[in-house]
Write a protein that binds this ligand. Sequence first.
Ligand code: FE2
Length: 444
Amino acid sequence: MKELDLNSGALAPVAAEIELDDLPVIGSIPQGLAGTLIRNGPNPLNGLFEGSGVLSWWPEAAMLHATRLNGATGSTSYRNRWVRTHNWAIHNNAANPDQFPATNPNVNLINHAGELLALAEGGAPVATNIELASLGPARHHSGLANAVTAHPKVDPRTGELMSFRANWEAPFLSYNVHSKTGEALHSTAIDVPAPAMMHDMAITTTHSVFLDLNVAYDFSLFAKGYRIPICWQNSRTARLGIIPRTGDDSETLWITIEPCFIQHVINAYNHDADTIVLDVMRYSHYLQLDESGSGFQPDPLATPWRYTINLQSGTAQETQLHALNMELPRINEIFTGLPYRYTYAVEQPSNEEMRGICKLDVTNGNITRFELPRGDQNSEPVFVADSKGHDEDSGWVITCVYREKTHTTDVVILDAKNIAAKPLATIPLPCRIPAGFHGIWVAA
Ligand SMILES: [Fe+2]
């Protein structure tokens, strides 16, 4: 595991909750773009990260950052808020801290069934809104009350929400389907031999795909001072679990693949009745303990891979889509679970950097890039479809760029058809949105 300086540069925490209006704009916000970019990530309540690796970065308190943009009126605003959790209430001497949810949804957000939820796989979601108010537990999704993956998937055709819960205790894996309006449609426990770190999942129009891979729990890491007890385990068999949309354990097809770890899925789809295509960001190793058993080896970086899964033979062909190191892939989510062409991802020129955005054409491996100078960094790119929507890449890519010189963040809007071109608009904030994890665009 790479040593990271968590308290300086793009990752550093911010100390205060602020609100800003009438932000300057370089260029112009596209006419049809109106909504709020909300980002989520860890921001320690006491203002400092302790430790230096990802296992010290991941568990800190959830802070949300909302940048509201309106191309038609030119109005802009920014605010940030910690999610009001039990730990936040204790730290801030709030009255009745036990009435605050004991969870830390610091990874992602989802907007489904009229409810905006902050998510992290370790606990229950917290409902929020574009003002970043903490509204308590999920109200429209009772089936998610315990815990849910930070990467559930919405079928754009049916509005159904597919999710899972990976747990330290049995059942180690549960699978859930909610309707377009949030009703629990299907819930089933899936039999896996031991708990694994499962961060993401995939859907097609007929199936869901689970990732049971080589990173799993090792509770002896607690005694070694780690707050999250996960590491690479050679003894595990890496498997893809393919379940029909509303299937159960007995219908789940497990396919053995080469040892690996997959943090994030790009997309999946049915190629034909017997073939599922699954595209992911794949690591050959991840969080592998060193010889002493108490430290970690440097992680290799992820590259995009394709698993072509044959449902009849129960095998998968594994192909690297591109050799470029990248992570945090996003797509035009109108194509979730469907044949698609483009992903937008963060480039990783080195272990210390998330610098640049690449647009990968998965049909031919062509890449175009939005490049940044050394020292600057950027967040995950979020794709926003424009109202024309005639092409998969009709729209914008929005990212938060950390500027080393000013130690501030620019919100940058790119033309998704040509991300290499000069940004359509840059909104330089006088403050910083820490690198964080994931974000969402909530249309006005
Ligand atoms: Fe993630």
